[in-house]
Design a protein around this ligand. Structure first.
Ligand code: 5GP
Length: 116
């Protein structure tokens, strides 16, 4: 599968679409989901062109991977979620019902999220 530059998150990354960036580092950004499923529903995406998780892990540099997960950790700390907990999800491909073909992790929190 070839990465498509016209996906929504590619447009956010190059400012064709606006999103309020909550936190950012050299290799990743975090912003609120447009249709939140919980009081806190943040999307974390790499700046590089990766379609989904396996693609990212195979192709990204160690630095990109480290910075991506470090940003997630910083959000967990920033929103004080270590004690109360959270859910971290990435949907991949057809059976995962991935809607946007640019890797993203959903960070959900702020209430009891129920069982999966
Ligand atoms: P997926 O189903 O691919 O795992 O999740 C895609 C997510 O992107 C959905 O939760 C959806 O609400 C969110 N989303 C779709 N379009 C936009 C947008 O234009 N801006 C933001 N911030 N989120 C979006």
């Amino acid at each position: 599968m070839v990465y498509k530059d016209d996906n929504i998150f590619a447009k956010i990354l190059d400012n064709r679409l606006s999103a309020k960036i909550l936190l950012e580092n050299e290799h990743a950004i975090a912003f609120n989901d447009i249709a939140p499923q919980a009081p806190i529903h943040i999307l974390v995406i790499p700046k590089g062109k990766y379609i989904k998780y396996d693609d990212f892990i195979y192709k990204a540099s160690k630095e990109e991977i480290f910075n991506f997960f470090t940003l997630i950790n910083q959000l967990i700390k920033h929103y004080d979620l270590e004690e109360t907990g959270y859910r971290l999800i990435t949907n991949a491909g057809k059976n995962g019902n991935q809607e946007v073909p640019h890797l993203h992790f959903h960070l959900l929190a702020g209430q009891n999220l129920g069982k999966m």
